[in-house]
Ligand binder design. Structure first.
Ligand code: PAF
Length: 286
């Protein structure tokens, strides 16, 4: 069974003995509405800590939502989330209130994500990554994990958390785990549950676009971009926010990348009122 802690004190109590015994602690930060993708992060965390406790945080972080975004309608499904945690052997779920995480609101001190926080998702969602990094830094401080596992679906978030952990010497190994997809290619996301039946069918255009880029990448950067754009022209009900091919660390690619250059294709689009993101790795000119 998964124990539940809702306060900082309960969290510290629940971990004290295991920490004292020298066990490694794993953390999977989530906003709940857990799905098979999250379950894969739990399994990865368990493998990383080899018998040590895995903590899953379930917290819809208001600081990372902008005005007019889906903070109020974000699904809150704690009972079902606890079942997923239990099925994957999670020792402890940390499900705090907003007041427990942010005793003073708004917080006076936040984490500045720097220039990487202003592109792609950061350009479309100003303040988003300051909110993400602030809550992740708090969770790292509260749980004091040896390893924390994040999904590659949020590639920019993963890059920023890695950078924060390194630059601020937080002493946490940040591990990325591959995106889990539906059989038709749609990346699993808690927000997929907003999609109506027709939107669900339309949403597959995001992964199709990225895979078209990956398939054409062997011919170079321009063919990859062309193939992605051609795929997008076939899409219905998809309102593109961005489609970019960058270096894996999200820096711009050189004008004429050498054959074999690794890259990342990233997309964000609205399907109906639901904003979805996805990304895939590709190798240029291989
Ligand atoms: O990826 C998420 O679900 C959230 O951004 C995170 C990392 C749990 C921070 O609130």
């Amino acid at each position: 069974m998964t124990r539940v802690a809702t306060t900082r004190a309960e969290l510290a109590d629940a971990l004290a003995e295991r920490r004292h015994a020298g066990e490694r602690v794993g953390l999977v930060p989530t906003m709940g509405a857990l799905h098979v993708g999250h379950a894969s992060l739990m399994d990865r965390a368990a493998a990383e800590v080899g018998g040590g406790p895995v903590v899953v945080s379930v917290f819809v972080n208001p600081l990372q939502f902008g005005p007019g975004e889906d903070l109020d309608r974000y699904p809150r499904t704690l009972d079902a989330d606890l079942e997923v945690c239990a099925a994957h052997g999670v020792d402890l779920a940390f499900a705090p209130t907003v007041e427990e995480v942010y005793p003073a609101w708004p917080p006076a001190v936040t984490v500045d994500p720097g220039p990487l926080g202003t592109v792609l998702e950061g350009a479309s969602r100003p303040g988003h990554f300051a909110g993400v990094l602030t809550v992740v830094a708090k969770l790292f401080g509260l749980v004091r994990p040896d390893v924390a596992v994040f999904g590659e679906k949020d590639w920019q978030q993963l890059a920023l958390v890695r950078r924060m952990a390194a630059d601020l010497c937080l002493g946490v190994d940040v591990v990325g785990a591959p995106t889990v997809r539906e059989p038709d290619g749609l990346a699993l996301s808690s927000r997929n549950r907003y999609l109506g039946p027709e939107e669900r069918l339309a949403a597959v255009a995001l992964s199709r676009t990225l895979h078209a880029a990956a398939d054409a990448a062997a011919h170079g950067l321009a063919p990859a971009v062309d193939a992605a754009r051609a795929e997008l022209r076939e899409a219905h009900k998809v309102d593109l926010d961005y489609l970019e091919i960058t270096a894996p660390d999200l820096s711009p690619l050189p004008d004429d990348p050498a054959p074999g250059t690794p890259a990342r294709a990233l997309i964000a689009a609205r399907v109906g009122s639901t904003r979805l993101i996805d990304n895939v790795p590709l190798t240029l000119g291989a």
